[in-house]
Design a protein around this ligand. Structure first.
Ligand code: BGC
Length: 749
């Protein structure tokens, strides 16, 4: 190794005072590129130090095998000790898909800001807001001493029963990739490293530890892998988390196709770590490209650490592979800023109000108004009486369960219900919609009925000017819902209240679309999903028109399961073997769905499936109402395709045709000459004053007009006429259309 790799050049040293002539190592030089610094660090490390870096330990006390929290760990999802002699900080790893999950491990009775669920974050169609949300999570993590966040859920929503859809960003790769990238950048702006997960095709939770997801290369690259490609290229996450499931017969975390794709084709320089319990081998995993075994206690045995040392000695894994693992981890630690700015646990107060305000802004911009018959909404602040029914709306809002569960400030506001062990209990954040409604309707008599006693709910509705019924359905990690139904009791209660003839507004707090047998009998429906720790005021602000709703669906809402690509998933709905202290998926007798052929919908996830099969869903991707209306006046495409650059922009003229200010989501779709279903080409959220007309540039993504050609390893635009649409949702026949001719173009992979 050259001395110059280690130390600053003598010319720089000559300018330093003699006392520091002791020579600063290169890895300390903040001006050197992360790659140079990481390489110098690897060169200075012992074999055992490298081996230490490539394996984390579980750092919560309740994990498998009755392990102890490792010394030095703050206590959350994982821990890797630091190497002080080289200035390498410990990796303090915590979940943070929707906010820092275990704040109380660091500071007793502490809570964190819970961001609204992925449907809301993506439903904003606003990467700037996603960046702000990521920034809050990064800040709160840093403040507690965590420097690696396990967030960035980018799996495409293929099935409306998936228990983790609330952690994901919808069914479209362009949207999901862009929102994930912005959120990752927000987190990493705070010197905290973010992951993107679960790589790849973790489309259902049922039997997730073993299920084999089968998918062809072209379909894969044009769907989930495209979402990841965008997130990785634009967001530059420090780490990618490989998934539990197999892909085409091989576990994700030892699948060389998957693990090499980002590194070889996407220019990815960071590392790949496993999901908790997703490592299955030493040699196969290391040689396929895995860089870090996570929380080794979760695996059947330790695979990296000592076994890796032995495999290297035997020549089964090249030394260069271990060096590269260490290099990638250090590269990301330097690149994300955590090497130079180590997170420290702090007891200083943080700006809670500012953080909750971001959560509220996201919620207000991403919830979706599904129905508003005769403009019953917004409600007047002068309303005299309001019945609030169900959903614990007097106390708080529902959140999703599992490893992303945030402990809110104030904790779980209801007594424990749901599964007695992880991913339970069901948790409600202390943000009461009822209290927020009371504040906005000062003249109103506001009363609550739990909804359990249907007659009491009906009586209350009869005495009120409006009934707002809250309906909830809990989703959580490790299981899928068996169906799309709300509980019978909730459906009956809504139906009975609707029969009173009083105006009825339904607010849904769910992790997925649900069937609404009463849809025609109620006046308005607001999909509030899991709205986060500021959900109460956000719901109230929308109901009273303080905020004009502008969220759009990012998952097509089916009429029934018969419309979805996988109407029956064996075992869906069961939480298996929920032993205390164990995560249920570790059961070995899990005799449920063993493989799913994702080629059924393939690249045509979500709305594309509906277009291909000529199915009419209840509400398509991109759908959402506002208290005003918009009309598209002009659509013009400006393309600039040179040999080294391909850019396309849509100029869209939009008019706010109503009498309220509001925000529209301009959605541009493209259809290829081969007739395959339309794809989202670009989007932009825009504000327009009542009556205002404006023209906006919407950047378009040429890959949405191309197919991936596996044999050529590139994206190909075939010659022909392309139809471009600006539409209020993915399947709408309204809006404008133009045709554009393109010659054959190869887009670089
Ligand atoms: C989840 C991951 C999570 C990890 C650590 C796993 O069960 O699938 O998303 O980051 O646990 O808690």
């Amino acid at each position: 190794m050259k001395l110059s790799q280690f130390f600053l050049t003598t010319s720089i040293l000559a300018t330093l005072p003699c006392t520091v002539l002791a020579m600063e190592p290169v890895w300390k030089d903040v001006k050197s590129p992360p790659g140079v610094r990481a390489k110098a660090l690897v060169n200075a490390m012992t074999q055992d130090e490298k081996l230490q870096l490539v394996m984390s330990r579980y750092a919560l006390g309740n994990g498998p095998k009755h392990h102890k929290i490792p010394e030095g760990a703050l206590g959350s999802a994982g821990y890797v000790p630091g190497i002080p002699r080289l200035g390498i900080p410990a990796q303090q790893i915590t979940d943070a898909g929707l906010g820092v999950t275990n704040p109380n491990q660091v500071r007793p009775n502490d809570g964190a800001t819970g961001m609204p669920s992925g449907q809301i974050l993506s439903g904003t169609f606003d990467p700037d807001l996603a960046y702000e949300a990521g920034k809050v999570m990064g800040k709160e993590a840093f403040h507690r001493g965590f420097n690696v966040l396990l967030g960035g859920g980018t799996v495409l929503v293929r099935d409306p029963r998936n228990g983790r859809n609330f952690e994901y960003l919808g069914e479209d790769p362009l949207l999901a990739g862009n929102i994930a990238a912005a959120q990752i950048q927000g987190v990493q702006s705070q010197h905290v490293l973010s992951t993107v997960k679960h790589f790849a095709f973790n489309a259902v939770e049922t039997n997730r530890m073993k299920v084999d997801m089968k998918i062809g290369e072209r379909a894969g690259r044009e769907s989930d892998l495209l979402a990841f490609e965008i997130a990785v290229k634009q967001g530059e996450p420090g780490a990618i988390m490989c998934a539990y499931n197999k892909v085409n017969g091989i576990y994700s975390c030892e699948n060389s196709y998957l693990l090499q794709l980002p590194k070889k084709a996407w220019g990815y320089r960071g590392y790949i770590l496993t999901d908790w319990g997703a490592t299955h081998s030493t040699v196969a995993a290391a040689n396929a490209g895995l860089d870090q075994e996570s929380a080794a206690e979760f695996d059947a045995k330790e695979y990296f650490g000592k076994p890796l040392k032995i495999a290297i000695k035997k020549g089964e894994v090249p030394q260069g592979r271990l060096d590269n693992m260490a290099y990638r981890i250090l590269y990301s630690m330097i690149h994300s800023g955590l090497y130079d700015h180590p997170a420290t646990k702090s007891f200083e107060p943080e700006d809670v109000a500012a953080h909750e305000a971001v959560a509220q802004q996201v919620a207000e911009n991403g919830m979706v108004l599904l129905k508003n018959h005769h403009n019953i909404l917004p409600l007047s602040p002068n309303i005299q009486s309001i019945a609030i029914i169900g959903g614990n709306a007097d106390k708080g809002v529902l959140s999703g369960g599992g490893s992303s569960q945030v402990t809110a400030r104030g904790g779980n506001i209801i007594s424990k219900t749901g599964p007695k062990t992880w991913p339970g209990p069901i948790s409600y954040f202390p943000s009461s919609p009822m209290k927020a409604i009371e504040a906005l309707a000062p003249k109103a008599r506001v009363n609550f009925a739990s909804g359990e006693n249907i007659q009491a709910a009906v009586d209350l509705a009869k005495q009120s000017d409006v009934a707002i019924v809250f309906a909830t359905k809990w989703s959580a990690e490790a299981f899928d819902s068996a169906d799309l139904q709300l509980s019978d009791a909730q459906n009956k209660s809504i139906e009975a209240v609707a029969k009173t003839g009083k105006p009825v507004v339904v607010v849904l707090e769910t992790g997925n679309p649900v069937e609404m047998p009463w849809l025609h009998d109620v006046d308005a429906v607001l999909a509030a999903w899991y709205p986060g720790t500021a959900g109460g005021p956000a719901i109230a602000n929308i109901l009273f028109g303080r905020v004009n709703p502008s969220g759009r669906l990012t998952t097509t809402w089916p009429k029934a399961l018969s419309q979805v690509p996988y109407p029956y998933i064996e075992g869906a709905g069961k939480i298996i073997n929920a032993d205390p202290g164990k995560r249920p998926q570790y059961s070995s007798d899990n005799q449920v769905v063993s493989s799913i052929d994702l080629n059924e919908d393939g690249a045509n996830v979500g709305y594309r499936w509906y277009e291909q099969k000529r199915l009419t869903p209840l509400f398509p991707f991109g759908y959402g109402l506002s208290y005003t209306t918009f009309k598209y006046k002009k659509l013009n495409i400006v393309k600039n395709f040179t040999s080294d650059k391909h850019t396309m922009i849509a100029n869209v003229t939009v008019k706010n045709t109503g009498n309220r200010d509001g925000a529209d989501v301009i959605q541009v779709y493209g259809k290829m000459p081969d007739g395959s279903p339309s794809r989202l080409l670009g989007f932009r959220k825009v504000d327009l004053k009542a009556g205002e007309t404006k023209t906006f540039d919407v950047p378009l993504f040429p890959a949405s007009l191309s197919h991936y050609e596996p044999a050529k390893h590139d994206w190909e635009i075939v010659p022909g006429n392309y139809e471009i649409f600006v539409r209020p949702d993915a399947l709408s026949h309204e809006g404008l259309k133009t045709t554009m001719h393109l010659d054959k173009i190869d887009l670089p992979d």
